[in-house]
Structures are given as C-alpha cells and as structure tokens.
Design a protein around this ligand. Sequence first.
Ligand SMILES: Nc1nc2c(ncn2[C@@H]2O[C@H](COP(=O)(O)OP(=O)(O)O)[C@@H](O)[C@H]2O)c(=O)[nH]1
Ligand SMILES: [Mg+2]
Ligand SMILES: [Zn+2]
Length: 314
Amino acid sequence: MTRRRRESKGKGAPRALHQGTVVEIHGVRATVQLHDDAGTRVRCRPPRDRTKTAVGDRVAVLRNKHGDFIEAVEERRRSLWRPKERGRALMATHVDRVIVVGATEPWLKPGFFDRILVATETAEIEALVVVNKADLPGHDVALARLAPMQDLGYRVMSTSAVDGTGVDDLSALLREGISVIVGQSGVGKSTLLNALIPGVELLTGTLSEHSGKGRHTTTVATCHEVGERWPGGGLVIDTPGIRTFGLYDLELEQLAGGFLEMAPLRHACRFRDCLHEPDQPQCAVIDAIETGSIHPRRYHSYLSILNSVRAGEG
Ligand SMILES: Nc1nc2c(ncn2[C@@H]2O[C@H](COP(=O)(O)OP(=O)(O)O)[C@@H](O)[C@H]2O)c(=O)[nH]1
Ligand SMILES: [Mg+2]
Ligand SMILES: [Zn+2]
C-alpha cells in the first residue's frame, strides 16, 4: 500500500490536489466535501502519518487511480473536544460558533450552559444560546433563568419548530462558517435542524425514548450545508449523544477566564494564583459576589467545574 502510494508520486506525474473539508468520520476514513461547484463528497483514506481527522478539518485530497487520500491537514484552530471513556476525542475544528440549545422539556439546567460557555470562551468560539420549544407554557420562565447570561452579553434566542418562532433568524445565522449545535438530548435539536434545512431528515425521538436506557445513541457528528454551497454558505454540525464538551489543556488558574464576568478580575485578587474558592482571603471574585456583580449561580458553576477539572475529569 505505502509502496503504491509512493509510486503514484512518480516524477513528472502531476499531483492533482483538491481542497476540501471533512464532513464525516467513519473509523479511520473521512468523508471530505471538496470545494468545487458540485460539492463532491469523497471518502478518503487517512493521512500517511495516520493523524486522525475531525469534522471541520481543512484538507488537501490527492485523487488518483488508487483512491482518494488525505495529503495534508491544515493547522487546527477553534477546536472542540468530547470526553471519551479513556481520554478525549476531537469533535470538531475550525468552529465559528456554537449554538447551545435548551428548552422547557427537558427543563434546562443553567449549569450545563455555563460549562459549554467555558469551552467556547477558552477556544475563542462565538456562543449563542437558544431556548427552544417556545410554543410550550413555561417558556418565559426558562428565558428568565438565562437572564444572567443575556446580561453578560450572550445572545439568547427563542425558537420553535412547532410554531416557527426564530427559525428564520437562526437559519440566517447558520449561512456562514461552521456552527455546532449542542444541547441535552430531547431539547429538539434534530427537529429544529429539520425545520431549518430543506431536504434534511434527521432522526428525532420522543422524550421517553430519549430518557429511556436501551435507546441507541450515536456520537457521530453529522454535518449539513445551509444556504449556498460550502464554503460559500454554512455548515451545521449536529452532535447527537454529546452532552458536553471536555475542558482539556486548561490550567485551574485559567478557568475563571472562561467566565466573562470573572475574566477582568484576573489580577485583582490578593494572591496571583487565587482560585477564588470560598475560603480565599482578599479575593476580588468573592467580593464581586457580595456586591452583586457576579451571579451566585454562575459562581456555583465555576466551583463545580473547578472541581471536575481538578479531578482530571476534563
Ligand atoms: N412542543 C415542542 N416539541 C418539540 C419541538 N421541537 C421538538 N419537539 C419534540 O421534542 C422531542 C425531541 O426532539 P428531537 O429533535 O429528537 O431532540 P434532540 O434530541 O435534541 O435532537 C420530540 O418529541 C419532538 O417532537 C418544539 O419546538 N416544540
Ligand atoms: Mg437529535
Ligand atoms: Zn480570587
């Protein structure tokens, strides 16, 4: 195999390289959508050095009579990881925005949003909060729960595939760059994508199926075009079965930087290595909670993430 591939590089033989984006992973192989007018999708062998690729990777594909090969992978930026039983896996890269979806059913947990937002802040990815199922009673209460996030400057949108609320606004946002959609199972992500993207028919489930044990949940990210042909339009990635992003390569001292309201206080504590824990003397974060400029619930999320990062859980 390697011998053949070397031969194909033979002198004088022009090497036709095609630019493309990885849109699906199947074991070691990857489906690459070429940046041509037809949006040709080709299933490729992995790079020679066996680097695992991820959805969003920008690659150069060599196409010859032996098959399609990934020849080069562009340097990654703005990557998202997911926890695996052992270690972690790159879930998507070159991500432009993350859409965090919550709903009234299942009831949204603000702590879940906080963790995702730490991942997006540290990876410098734009984040947008969506409260779905706006047609259901209790929607206003759900929105009110997320007021602290809105106060911080995060965009919070209401959507519903049932009555159409926010569908056009969200679809307009997805028409550029790579968006990753994430949220607890059952909040309506697939239903929403089906409403947003003509021709897409993602599998949706009933709430009981989602919470039920035996249900097969896949962690394969699927990637769909919105608007113009990629890369002129947008790509949206559905992440079934992924509950959260992992926080790896994050020093404990860096965690507060993932909380927009704590980041500016970085140098304001008495001790440079302050982790802003409750018993910490002369801590600017604790002072800010007392004066009301940091929401206690956000601080609670900070402490629980701090403990999980400290325990090496990512
Ligand atoms: N009332 C209401 N139900 C919805 C809405 N969107 C989805 N659902 C229901 O919520 C359940 C889960 O939807 P699904 O799209 O599979 O959720 P996912 O796990 O986040 O992909 C299904 O029973 C849907 O019919 C909505 O906007 N309003
Ligand atoms: Mg789904
Ligand atoms: Zn402090």
